[in-house]
Design a protein around this ligand. Structure first.
Ligand code: ZN
Length: 166
C-alpha cells in the first residue's frame, strides 16, 4: 500500500500561504470583523482566522482586498453562506438560517446589519467584486430583513414567553 507523501489531513488552507493569515489578522488588529471577538492564549491570538471572500479555488487571491479576519465560528458560517456582507459593508444573515437556541441567536442574529469592521488605516478594505462573488456564489440568499421579526421562533404578538420555548 504505500502512504502519500502529500499534505496530510492536518494540512489547512492556510498552508498555501502562511503570510496571508498574518497579513489579514494584523490588518484587522486581531479582531473578528463581524463580532469584534479578540482572544489570546498565553499572549497569542486564538480562535481567529483569515477568511478568503472569493475562495482560493475560484481564483481568489491571497491579498487584503480578498481577506477578512473572522473568528472561527463566523468564518465557518461565512463559508457556508449563513453570513454575508452587503455592498454597504454591513453583515447580512441568510433567511434560510434557523437558530435553535439563544446561543445561536446571539452568534448570528445579533450581527444582522452590524457594520463590518474596517482594517486599520492604510490597509485596503474588501474589494466590491470579491464581495459580489461571495453574495452570488456562496451566500444562501435572500438575506433576512433587518429588524423584520424572527420567523424562526414565533410570530410577533405571540403570548409565549421565551422561557416557554424551552
Ligand atoms: Zn466573530
Amino acid at each position: 500500500m504505500g502512504l502519500s507523501l502529500g499534505p496530510g489531513p492536518g494540512a489547512t488552507v492556510q498552508d498555501r500561504d502562511p503570510g496571508f493569515r498574518a497579513l489579514v489578522l494584523s490588518a484587522y488588529e486581531y479582531r473578528c470583523a463581524f463580532c469584534g471577538y479578540e482572544g489570546l492564549i498565553d499572549g497569542t491570538p486564538v480562535g481567529l482566522e483569515a477568511a478568503h471572500v472569493r475562495w482560493w479555488a475560484f481564483d481568489g487571491p491571497d491579498d487584503l482586498a480578498n481577506g477578512l479576519c473572522l473568528c472561527s465560528m463566523h468564518h465557518l458560517l461565512f463559508d457556508k453562506g449563513v453570513l454575508g456582507a452587503s455592498p454597504d459593508r454591513t453583515v447580512t444573515v441568510s433567511s434560510r438560517f434557523a437558530a435553535r437556541s439563544p446561543a445561536a441567536e446571539r452568534a448570528v442574529f445579533s450581527l444582522e446589519g452590524a457594520p463590518v469592521l474596517r482594517p486599520r488605516r492604510g490597509c485596503p478594505t474588501v474589494a466590491d467584486d470579491h464581495l459580489e462573488w461571495h453574495t452570488r456564489q456562496v451566500f444562501r440568499g435572500p438575506a433576512r430583513e433587518v429588524g423584520g421579526g424572527d420567523r424562526a421562533t414565533g410570530t410577533p404578538g405571540s403570548e409565549r414567553s421565551p422561557e416557554e420555548l424551552w
